[in-house]
Design a protein around this ligand. Sequence first.
Ligand code: NAD
Ligand code: LMR
Length: 328
Amino acid sequence: SDSPVNVTVTGAAGQIGYALLFRIASGQLLGANTPVKLRLLEIPQAVRAAEGTALELEDGAFPLLAGVDVFDDPKAAFSGTNVALLVGARPRTKGMERGDLLEANGGIFKPQGEAINAGAADDIKVLVVGNPANTNALIAQRHAPDVPADRFTAMTRLDHNRALSQLSRKLSVPVSQIRKLTIWGNHSATQYPDLFHAEVGGRNAAEAVNDEQWLAEEFIPRVAKRGAEIIEVRGASSAASAASAAIDHVYDWVNGTAEGDWTSAAIVSDGSYGVPAGLISSFPVTSSGGSWQIVQGLDINEFSRARIDASVAELEEERQAVERLGLI
Ligand code: NAD
Ligand code: LMR
């Protein structure tokens, strides 16, 4: 089979890391024919715990797992890496908004961007999961000037999956029958889950729902605030569902999206749909040949326009905040 792909996971000893690593080792990140070498990055206090997870990975006897190394130095952890999952960050606890995390987490992503710039493989693909994910991805990207900007992405796939499930329940249809849902904007409470272009068994989803009150007062806030609901109910932020979405994002990036469908990912804007170029914002995207493309030519109605603009305005504010903090 092929030579192993190097996958670096930061925050490897955290709760998402624990759910993610075993799925990567089993072949679900890249595909059933691709061996992987895992490179785990942690802060010094958590290296021992990451080493414990490495022992458990060994005990899984995964046929595709070609090795596990643990690091506390970003330069070493990203050296030669092909896929970087930037999970390590401080998670939100009850009552905190994601914006409160900007300063705490901003400092992490500058050195990591520099390390990726210095030593990652030429085909490096980066997914930022740690919050505030879009702006953390922007910070890392700005500190990796030699890496093509489109290799830096942030995760809105969990929001996309949440929206699929909510719509599936509302219409009593399996998620497999839903296509072309979109999450726009920031991975935050301002995100906009858009049903207007979605299809359910070939029908327009907004027409199939035919319930504007449910759309505006239940669906959108439920999806946008689901992270807070999980924290409230579970007593900790989402972990296995976040790991699952990270697997979906990278799998599609590497292997391509299905014909006739799209997904959602936060990628560097080229100015499409009025999103200022350079911001890392969620769009409807397809993937082929290992790169994302923004789906073009969708009609954006007034309802959608206002919500996309509001979330993009928040991303602009976050960008200005990290500029003021000297992080970019
Ligand atoms: P956690 O606290 O369980 O684990 C985070 C880990 O990161 C810890 O082990 C910590 O030691 C490590 N870490 C901190 N700074 C680091 C650094 N500089 N380098 C390497 N590792 C470092 O948190 P979690 O529940 O696994 O969540 C991780 C992040 O993911 C949080 O920011 C959370 O808000 C975010 N998240 C995002 C989404 C999304 O949809 N984008 C969903 C869920 C969670
Ligand atoms: C989520 O969406 O579950 C995560 O981003 C955690 C959070 O802070 O909401």
